[in-house]
Design a binder for this molecule. Structure first.
Ligand code: VGL
Ligand code: ZN
Length: 204
């Protein structure tokens, strides 16, 4: 069975949001149409407490989009975004996937980020998504959403490492592209075995 994983299609990652990804809202009709082809749809939701350690505002003297070293590795410092319970953290109102069955929230511990839907940024603490898919008999996933080079990329890499056959639908993703991160994400993903598809070619 194949599942569709919809990564972080939230107001803050769309135009007008706190960490807007260029064209982020343009993927929504593509995601909605793709969603109709899948029985199993899972959403991820970036879900930070106020004052989260990935926010530049939590690091006096540091700027947004700089990197710092955290106990678990490199961390890009972001504008405040997807704060629990705020409008920015809600799914975009255009997202129309009423049959989605699970929502995986991530990044809710103040000291550690979680780009991936599978593991926190320490690369060790599971979110539960891997177990959920395994128990549901899912062996292949198609990933769409925001942002290609961060949460989609990390989710796709962890999916392959977890033994899932993994597809990313490029037209249903948009990237942030910090210092070449978008091209790097694609070369890392494809080197690992992630397959890049158009919605038309997707074997599903
Ligand atoms: C994301 C940066 C910070 C994403 C989440 O969804 O790609 N990027 N938090
Ligand atoms: Zn975040």
């Amino acid at each position: 069975m194949t599942a569709l994983i919809v990564v972080d299609v939230q107001n803050d990652f769309c135009p007008g949001g706190r960490l807007a990804v260029a064209g982020g809202d343009q993927i929504i009709p593509v995601v909605n149409a793709l969603g109709r082809r899948f029985q199993t749809v899972v959403l991820t939701q970036d879900w930070h407490p106020a004052g989260h350690s990935s926010f530049a505002s939590h690091h006096p003297g540091r700027n947004q989009f700089e990197s710092v070293t955290m106990p678990y590795g490199e961390q890009v410092l972001w504008p405040e975004h997807c704060v629990q319970g705020t409008r920015g953290a809600e799914f975009h109102p255009g997202l129309d996937l009423p049959h989605a069955q699970a929502i995986i929230r991530k990044g809710y511990r103040s000291g550690v980020d979680s780009y991936s839907g599978f593991f926190e940024a320490d690369r060790m603490t599971p979110t539960g998504l891997g177990g959920y898919l395994k128990e549901r008999g899912i062996s292949r996933i198609a990933i769409v959403g925001l942002a290609t080079d961060f949460c989609v990329n990390w989710t796709a890499q962890d999916a392959v490492r977890s033994g899932l056959e993994t597809f990313v639908v490029e037209e249903a993703c948009r990237g942030i592209d910090l210092d070449g991160s978008l091209a790097r994400a694609w070369s890392d993903m494809t080197a690992l075995g992630v397959r890049r598809f158009t919605p038309q070619e997707l074997p599903m």
